[in-house]
Write a protein that binds this ligand. Structure first.
Ligand code: BGC
Length: 780
């Protein structure tokens, strides 16, 4: 028997090795047949038509009309060698292609708007996210796209980050696990992914010019870590380098980032592409290991050809860039001649999108059982313009052309409630009037100059009192939208506007005076201020930007058909000033050095220093004892859970430690719980955050009284910190605490173990050091 298994394994090994060698031999052979001009074409995308484009850098959300109209870009084809062109398309929350081709609306190409990444992270359910990825992958495949430009996985360093909705979390373990789950799901269908934006692209202000200054330790432990996890756990086909400079060099031109760390240390085998028009110097990009320049410009091709001719670019380097691209092309549906249907199963995908949305919405507050709605709730007075116009996802390349969206009003009606007409008519008339003032602009015009959102309707007392008289409960929906190219503002965005505050106060006063309850629903893509108003309403449901089925998902949670089980993967601070990066976001500008970039836009050199070091998100709030409004890992349920029976496999760490415990549903309805494993390390050679998340799990649906045992393994690498002086990942000797939490503050069980002597887990390369001194937080 043993022999047979050995034999099978041997055959498998030879098979997989030969497949790999086969590919690279095939790639080498093709490269040997390419002319220099063809090589330069292969490493530069086919370009895109954008009116007024005059240089190679600048903000871009464009599309090509080639092959799949509306996709973000394509690679060159070489028919004489059997090499097709690959289609690359956005984005992280759904496929962004044109829904209508050549003005013919008899056949449409709408795509599913999935819940945004921030909501996916709030599910804490990697199985769910992987499953969603398989449906997402099928849709990509069916629409003839080879590589999806996502998941996006930068750290949500600051709540004002314009693209935070595209990203998962403030924590690299959550970001890494979620991105891996999505990549594994999508790639299992035979299409590729591009994890982006590598790396330290945590703001939109001056995104093409900003120099991010960050310590090696913070880079390794916070900003690179999620990417490292994703590369090791899911082998994404491609990585997209970012727009910014990192410690003085454009990321797409940084050899130590793209080759030393990504390839040599982590073993990445795929190709690296630029973000659209990212970086400055095509030759430096080739040398750094940034194989593909997207979307591609003639001047890049020319520069590469000239550099080989004049000896400043070694032909061998260009050959390797080409080989890496070819090895991915060999995997692509285009090369495999996949017969795409252009008819994905959109109905099924909508159903999955709703299930995921329900899994990631977070119940922030529920006083006196305002939720779920009681049996006596029939008529709902729905306030807030957002209740009638869902924000399914953010703007820019992370947007999706979906066939429809379900508003909260529609969702409540679908769930059988009476959405009060008297209130509804006032809002819908107001929205129509306001929207008529701003004719719809093209996607590109909108990107350059976004239409301001419709201002909240000013509701007077008589209107509120009459609703309180007539209806059983009030719901208020507050919405926020943002996207690439711009960060959010503090006033009227992070903080509620005066009209929104007045609305919450007015509605609550009117309804409470009739002994009726008030529920606030937040349809937002990033964190807002809640501390100053959260005492007013009875309940708050954080729905995030939940994809096209959002309103149906919200209604099922409000009605209690589904029990909320999402938890925050980002902290809600008490106020903006409490955010650790508040003083260093979005950094300094040097306007006297400004130049003109694409579309006549000003390019202002800028720099931002990450003074907070590793103290990002809860690592900061917990260590510095700054009380947040809602902490990382927080979320309520309609039931309760107890935690018990924590067991560690040993009290002395010997390279692997097993942690197990039980969770029991002690309430009256079925529900799912998210358990989080934090480690508190001894203060040895390096400063340590008070707690660091190392793993997490979500239970299945537990019936009342039902228990489940959860088990985690802790390896030495999970305990290690990066010691810059020794360029090594080290585990200090001493006493460690395992803390099992329902959130980062609500620790339910804990136990100690010891590490008898220092462990050197890995020695790395000296790379990416900042050139200036950073006055970093020390945790003390
Ligand atoms: C964005 C990328 C996107 C690309 C292609 C860029 O502006 O930063 O995330 O994938 O455009 O549309």
């Amino acid at each position: 028997m043993k022999k047979t298994i050995g034999c099978i394994l041997g055959v498998l090994l030879v098979f997989s090795l030969s497949a790999q060698i086969g590919n690279s031999a095939k790639a080498k052979e093709i490269v040997s047949k390419l002319t220099l001009e063809e090589k330069a074409d292969l490493v530069v995308g086919k370009g895109m038509k954008i009116p007024g484009m005059n240089s190679q850098s600048g903000p871009v959300v464009g599309k090509t009309e080639d092959k799949v109209p509306g996709a973000a870009g394509t690679t060159h084809e070489f028919p004489r060698l059997g090499i097709p062109s690959m289609v690359l398309s956005d984005g992280p929350a759904g496929l962004r292609i044109n829904p209508i081709r050549n003005g013919d609306s008899s056949k449409t190409f709408y795509a599913t708007a999935w819940p945004v990444a921030t909501l996916l992270a709030s599910t804490w359910d990697t199985g769910m996210v992987k499953k969603m990825g398989t449906y997402f992958g099928n849709e990509i495949h069916d629409y003839e796209v080879d590589i999806i430009l996502g998941p996006a996985m930068n750290i949500q360093r600051n709540p004002l980050g314009g693209r935070n909705f595209e990203y998962f979390s403030e924590d690299p373990v959550v970001a890494g696990f979620m991105a891996s789950a999505l990549v594994n799901g999508i790639q299992s269908t035979g299409v590729g992914t591009s994890i982006k934006h590598f790396v330290a692209n945590n703001q939109e202000t001056n995104r093409n010019t900003v120099n991010t200054i960050v310590s090696e330790r913070a880079l390794r432990e916070i900003y690179l870590k999620g990417f490292e996890i994703a590369v090791k756990k899911s082998n994404p086909w491609t990585v997209m380098s970012s727009y910014n400079l990192l410690n003085g060099t454009y990321t797409s031109q940084e050899y130590d980032l793209l080759t030393t760390i990504l390839r040599k240390e982590w073993g990445f085998k795929g190709l690296v592409m630029t973000d659209w028009f990212g970086g400055k110097d095509p030759v430096a990009q080739m040398k750094a290991g940034n194989d593909l320049l997207m979307p591609g410009t003639p001047s890049q091709t020319k520069a590469i050809i000239e550099a080989v001719k004049n000896g400043t670019l070694d032909q061998k380097v260009l050959d390797e860039n080409c080989e890496r691209i070819l090895n991915i092309i060999f995997e692509s549906p285009a090369y495999k001649n996949y017969k795409f249907s252009n008819k994905p199963d959109l109905r099924k995908h909508e159903e999955i999108s709703k299930i995921v949305a329900e899994d990631g919405m977070v119940l922030l507050k529920d006083n006196n059982h305002a939720l779920p709605f009681s049996k006596n709730v029939h008529s709902i007075a729905l306030f807030g313009i957002n209740g009638y116009e869902l924000i399914a996802g953010g703007t820019g390349s992370g947007d999706v052309n979906k066939a429809y969206t379900i508003s909260l009003a529609q969702g409540l009606a679908n769930a059988g409630y009476n959405v009060a007409n008297q209130v509804k008519n006032v809002y819908t008339n107001y929205i129509n009037e306001e929207q008529a003032k701003h004719p719809k602009k093209s996607f590109f015009a909108e990107f350059m100059n976004p239409t301001p959102p419709v201002k909240e309707y000013v509701a007077d007392e008589a209107f509120l009192n009459s609703a309180a008289e007539n209806d059983d409960i009030a719901a208020i929906s507050i919405g926020r939208n943002a996207g690439e190219g711009r960060d959010r503002k503090i006033e009227d965005d992070f903080n509620l506007s005066d009209t929104e505050r007045a609305l919450i106060e007015g509605v609550t006063k009117a309804f409470h005076s009739k002994n009726k309850k008030v529920v606030v629903v937040l349809n937002i893509g990033g964190v807002i201020e809640v501390a100053s108003w959260r005492e007013t309403p009875d309940a708050i449901l954080l729905a995030w930007q939940p994809g096209l089925e959002g309103g149906n998902a919200m209604a099922d949670l409000l009605s209690g058909k589904i029990n909320p089980s999402g938890k925050l993967a980002i902290t809600f601070p008490e106020k903006y000033e409490n955010v650790p990066s508040a003083k260093n976001f979005p950094g300094k500008e040097f306007p006297e050095q400004a130049t003109t970039g694409n579309f006549g836009m000003k390019q202002i050199p800028a720099e931002v220093t990450y003074d907070e070091g590793i103290y990002v998100g809860y690592r900061y709030y917990n260590t510095y004892k700054v009380k947040p409004a809602y902490e990382f890992g927080y979320g309520l349920s309609y039931t309760n859970f107890s935690y018990s029976n924590l067991k560690l496999s040993a009290s002395k760490f010997n390279g692997n430690l097993t942690v197990s415990f039980a969770i029991t549903n002690t309430g009256n309805v079925a529900g799912k719980e998210v358990a989080q494993l934090y480690i508190s390390a001894p203060s040895g050679n390096l400063d340590k955050p008070a707690e660091e998340l190392k793993n997490f799990a979500k239970t299945g649906l537990l019936k009342p009284g039902q228990s489940m045992t959860i088990q985690f393994n802790i390896k030495a690498s999970d305990l290690a910190s990066f010691d810059t002086k020794r360029v090594s990942w080290l585990v200090d000797a001493g006493k460690y605490m395992v803390k099992i939490g329902a959130s980062s503050e609500n620790i339910k069980l804990s136990a100690a173990f010891s590490v008898p002597k220092e462990i050197v887990v890995e020695k790395d390369h000296n790379a990416l050091a900042p050139q200036v001194e950073i006055n970093e937080f020390t945790g003390k």
